[in-house]
Design a protein around this ligand. Structure first.
Ligand SMILES: *[C@@H]1O[C@H](CO)[C@@H](O)[C@H](O)[C@H]1NC(C)=O
Ligand SMILES: *[C@@H]1O[C@H](CO)[C@@H](O)[C@H](O)[C@H]1NC(C)=O
Ligand SMILES: *[C@@H]1O[C@H](CO)[C@@H](O)[C@H](O)[C@H]1NC(C)=O
Length: 516
C-alpha cells in the first residue's frame, strides 16, 4: 500500500487498490465464468513494470447537448449567450480530446433515402478549426422518454406512415403496446419499409454518411458509434419510463408478429414446437414486479433456471446478438471494404456499440432486469461474452455506461450492483480482447464520481496493460457558465479540469486552469 500512497499516485492509487481488491473478492465469490482481475494482460503474459501501470492516458470526450441540431436542421450556434466557437476553444483549453454528437435518424432522413447532413458537416468544420475530435453517434432511436432526455426527436415520419398499416415494425409487449423508439429487429431482414429491410435502411444511411464525411475520417471523426436499440443501446425496450419505475423487473418485448414467428420457427426446428411462445403473464409478472413475486424470476425454483426458461432466454438474447451481427456486418462492408481501398477506412476510426448498464437485481440469482433487456446474464452464466465475441468479429469497441456509479448510493432493496456489473463487463471485454470505452450514466459534477471513474480506468489499465480507448463525459453543462464564465473558470469547471488531467497525465494534485 505504501508504494501506492505517494505524491504521484495519491488517492487514485489507494482507491484503485481497494476497488481491485473488492472486484477480485466478488469475482472469486461468484460463479461467473470470466477471468478475474490479475496482473496479466489479455494475452496472458505478465505485465511489465510491477503492479503500477503507466498513466491511464485516457482521452476525455464531452457529450454535446441532445438538441445541438434543431428540428429544422440548424446547428445551434449560441448556448446561453456564448457562441459555439468560443465554447469549443474553452473545451480545447481544458484538455478534452473532443466531443460526442448524436446524429439523429429522425432529422437526417426525413424522406426515404434523402439525407440532410448539413448541420453535421458544419460541426465537423468547426471541430477541425478548433483542433478537436468528434465521436459521432448514428442514432437510429427516438430522442425523448429516457432518463435525462430533454428533447423529442421521433423516428422519421415515413416510418410512422408504414407503422399505420403495420405496427409490428416496432417492438411490442404482451399487451400489444408498440414501442416507437426503435425498429424491432424482427424486421432486420423483412422488406417492409417501403421495399427496404431495416438493415438496408441502416446500410444506405452508412453509405451516405461515408460519402459525405470521408474527408473527416481519422482527422476529425475518431469513433462512429452505431445505435443498435432504444437510447442507442443494444437492448430491448424492456423498461420504458412510461410503464416502468425503478427497479421493476421489466417485461419481455418480443410480441411483434415477426419475432413471435421467429420464436416458433426456432422451437419447430428443435422439435419442441410447444415451447414456441414467450413466457405467460401469470409467470413473469409486470413491468414493476419484484423478482420474488414472479414464478419466472424468483431466485430458487424460478422458471428461468428450467429447460424451457433456458430455451427462451437463449433465443431472446440471440435475437439481440444477431441484430448486432447483421448491422455491424453492413457497417464493415461500407466502412472497411477490403476490396476497394477508397472505401477502406481501417485504422482511421473505430466502430462502437453501446451496451446498457442494467445494474438492478444484479445481486440476485436470475438478474431479472438484464434478462428482460436481452442480456442472458445470471449468476451461473456470463451473458456479455457472447455479445463481445460478435464485437470482436467486427473489431468494434464496446461503450459501457455507469462508470461513475457506486453501490452504496443505490437503494438497498433492489439488489443493485453497478460496481460489480462494471467489473464483469471490463473483465469480459478484456477476455474477449475488444476495445473498451466508458461513459457515465447520469449527469453529475461531484468529485466522488470523478474519482470513481478514475479508479475504474486505473484498474482497467492495470488488468489490460493498456488504457481504455476513451471516456465520454455526459454532458456539456447547460447553461455553459456552470463551467466557463466570462473571464474565469467556475469551481465546478476547475474540478472537471482536474479530472481530465488525472485521467490523461495521472496528476492528482490540482493545478489552476491556465485562464480564459
Ligand atoms: C487483440 O486484438 C488486437 C487487435 O484488435 C490484436 O492485434 C492482438 O493480437 C489481439 N491479441 C490477442 C491476444 O489475441
Ligand atoms: C464569439 O464570442 C467571442 C467572445 O465572447 C468573441 O470574441 C467572438 O468574436 C465571437 N465569435 C463569433 C463568431 O461571434
Ligand atoms: C396503408 O393501407 C391503406 C389501405 O390499405 C393504403 O391505402 C395505404 O397506401 C397504405 N399505406 C402505406 C404507407 O403502405
Amino acid at each position: 500500500m505504501s508504494r501506492l500512497w505517494n505524491k504521484r499516485y495519491g488517492w487514485t492509487g489507494v482507491v484503485m487498490a481497494v476497488f481491485m481488491g473488492l472486484l477480485l473478492l466478488h469475482s472469486l465469490s461468484k460463479g461467473h465464468s470470466t477471468i478475474p482481475f490479475s496482473n496479466r494482460d489479455a494475452a496472458g503474459s505478465p505485465m511489465k513494470g510491477g503492479s503500477i501501470p503507466n498513466a491511464p492516458g485516457v482521452p476525455i470526450y464531452v457529450m454535446m447537448p441532445l438538441t445541438s441540431v434543431s428540428d429544422d436542421g440548424q446547428l445551434k450556434k449560441e448556448y446561453s449567450g456564448r457562441n459555439i466557437s468560443w465554447i469549443l476553444e474553452q473545451w480545447k483549453k481544458i484538455g478534452v480530446e473532443g466531443l460526442m454528437v448524436d446524429i439523429w435518424f429522425g432529422l437526417v432522413e426525413k424522406e426515404p433515402q434523402q439525407y440532410d447532413w448539413k448541420p453535421y458537416i458544419e460541426l465537423c468544420e468547426m471541430m477541425k478549426s478548433a483542433n478537436l475530435k468528434l465521436q459521432t453517434v448514428l442514432s437510429f432511436h427516438r430522442c425523448g422518454g429516457n432518463v435525462g432526455d430533454q428533447c423529442y426527436i421521433p423516428l422519421p415520419k415515413w416510418i410512422f406512415a408504414v407503422a399505420e398499416n403495420n405496427s409490428d415494425i416496432f417492438f411490442k409487449d404482451r399487451d400489444g403496446n408498440a414501442d416507437d423508439e426503435y425498429l424491432s429487429w424482427g424486421i432486420d431482414e423483412e422488406p417492409v419499409l417501403m421495399g427496404r429491410t431495416a438493415v438496408q435502411v441502416y446500410r444506405d444511411f452508412f453509405v451516405s454518411f461515408r460519402e459525405t464525411f470521408r474527408q473527416y475520417f481519422g482527422n476529425v471523426i475518431s469513433q462512429v458509434q452505431i445505435g443498435l436499440g432504444p437510447a442507442g443501446e443494444l437492448r430491448y425496450p424492456s423498461y420504458q419510463l412510461s410503464k416502468w419505475t425503478f427497479c421493476g423487473v421489466g417485461e419481455f418485448q418480443c410480441f411483434d408478429k415477426y419475432l413471435l414467428r421467429r420464436l416458433q420457427q426456432e422451437a419447430d426446428a428443435r422439435g419442441i414446437s410447444e415451447w414456441g411462445h414467450p413466457p405467460y403473464a401469470k409467470d413473469v409478472g409486470f413491468y414493476n414486479s419484484t423478482p420474488a413475486e414472479t414464478l419466472f424470476f424468483r431466485d430458487d425454483g424460478g422458471m428461468w433456471n428450467t429447460r424451457y426458461g433456458d430455451f427462451f432466454l437463449n433465443w431472446y438474447s440471440n435475437e439481440l446478438i444477431q441484430h448486432a451481427d447483421r448491422v455491424l456486418t453492413a457497417a464493415g462492408q461500407v466502412f472497411f471494404d477490403r476490396s476497394n481501398p477508397n472505401n477502406d477506412f481501417t485504422g482511421r476510426f473505430h466502430i462502437a456499440v453501446k451496451v446498457a448498464g442494467v445494474h438492478w437485481h444484479f445481486r440476485s440469482k436470475a438478474h431479472a432486469s438484464e434478462l428482460t433487456a436481452g442480456y442472458y446474464n445470471t449468476r451461473y452464466r456470463n451473458g456479455y461474452s457472447p455479445i463481445f465475441r460478435v464485437l470482436k468479429k467486427h473489431e468494434a469497441t464496446v461503450v459501457f455506461t455507469c462508470m461513475e456509479m457506486k453501490d452504496n448510493n443505490q437503494p438497498t432493496d433492489c439488489h443493485c450492483s453497478p460496481e460489480d456489473l462494471v467489473g464483469l463487463i471490463v473483465r469480459s471485454s478484456i477476455a474477449n480482447n475488444i476495445s473498451f470505452a466508458g461513459e457515465n450514466a447520469v449527469s453529475f459534477y461531484d468529485v466522488e464520481s470523478y474519482r470513481q471513474i478514475s479508479a475504474v480506468s486505473r484498474s482497467y489499465a492495470v488488468t489490460k496493460g493498456k488504457p481504455m480507448e476513451a471516456v465520454t463525459y455526459l454532458r456539456w453543462p447547460e447553461p455553459i457558465d456552470i463551467f466557463f464564465q466570462e473571464n474565469a473558470i467556475s469551481y465546478l469547471g476547475q474540478k472537471f479540469y482536474d479530472f481530465v488531467r488525472s485521467m490523461a497525465y495521472d496528476q492528482a494534485e490540482s493545478i489552476d486552469f491556465p485562464g480564459l
